[in-house]
Design a protein around this ligand. Structure first.
Ligand code: ATP
Length: 239
């Protein structure tokens, strides 16, 4: 493991009404890492991300960002503290342009010259977005929408980026592009917590991983060790 813990979940429970989804999960992400959370459909991966972001409230346990408890904080305050999620399904503002979507990503900031630099950086990372800056986000292709959603999150200058299924529904060539970008963002200093169905690709990208089954963490190890673990191979890697 590299730097200090940036995100720590300790015995977190959460769910929806009578449904308990997360049953006391403990996860730690260190500064500079790419950590992936794997699991079958319905295991609770998106609920984990939504609970970290405060969209779904933890019922018990603690969630710390850079040592500060955030589980009671409003969502915008958590974003201001440097945590940003790219949700599954992208959730762009479809009738706003690419540029307007990116500007929305920076709505909590008041450093216009730095915002301008970050916009240029996003266009450098995703040249297609520069070409399409005036196009309505709703009319972008699936891959372009995913790029726009990641770029919008980057405009908040997160210390840690939470990605929910960034490869979902994309052609293999685009999946590779998105994964290359995730690696580059990590090389540039952004810590990444990645939820993925594509377990093979995610473990090849990540430093460490967790496996979740019905709201419980069953494995936690280096990506290398998980790739060679027999039960992970049989359950998630299709061997
Ligand atoms: P997938 O990969 O299919 O998205 P997941 O591991 O992300 O799965 P979650 O989306 O977290 O799983 O769902 C976990 C459980 O919580 C499922 O049984 C799901 O039906 C339920 N669930 C998710 N969102 C809600 C909601 N808003 N209201 C009620 N139940 C929900």
């Amino acid at each position: 493991m590299t730097g200090h813990p940036i995100l720590t979940l300790e015995s977190v429970h959460s769910g929806y009404g009578p449904l308990e989804v997360l049953r006391g999960i403990t996860i730690e992400v260190h500064e500079g890492e790419i950590v992936t959370l794997l699991g079958a459909n319905g295991a609770g991966k998106s609920t984990t991300l939504n609970t970290i972001c405060g969209i779904v409230r933890a019922r018990s346990g603690s969630i710390c960002l850079s040592g500060e408890e955030i589980e009671q904080m409003p969502v915008h305050a958590i974003v201001e503290k440097g945590l940003c999620q790219v949700p599954e399904g992208r959730k762009l503002f479809g009738d706003m342009s690419v540029l307007e979507n990116l500007e929305m990503g920076a709505y909590l900031r008041n450093d216009p010259s730095e915002i301008g630099k970050d916009l240029e950086h996003c266009y450098e990372l995703f040249p297609i977005l520069a070409e399409r800056r005036k196009q309505m986000a709703g009319s972008l292709s699936g891959g372009e929408q995913q790029m726009c959603a990641i770029a919008r999150a980057l405009m908040a200058r997160p210390k840690i980026l939470l990605l929910d299924e960034p490869s979902l529904g994309l052609a293999p060539i685009l999946v590779q592009q998105i994964f290359d970008i995730i690696r580059r963002l990590n090389d540039e200093g952004t810590t990444i917590f990645l939820v993925e169905q594509n377990a093979n690709a995610a473990l090849r990208l990540a430093h460490r991983g967790y496996v979740m089954e019905t709201g419980t963490i069953t494995h936690c190890d280096t990506a290398e060790a998980l790739l060679s673990d027999k039960s992970v191979q049989e359950g998630y890697l299709g061997y």
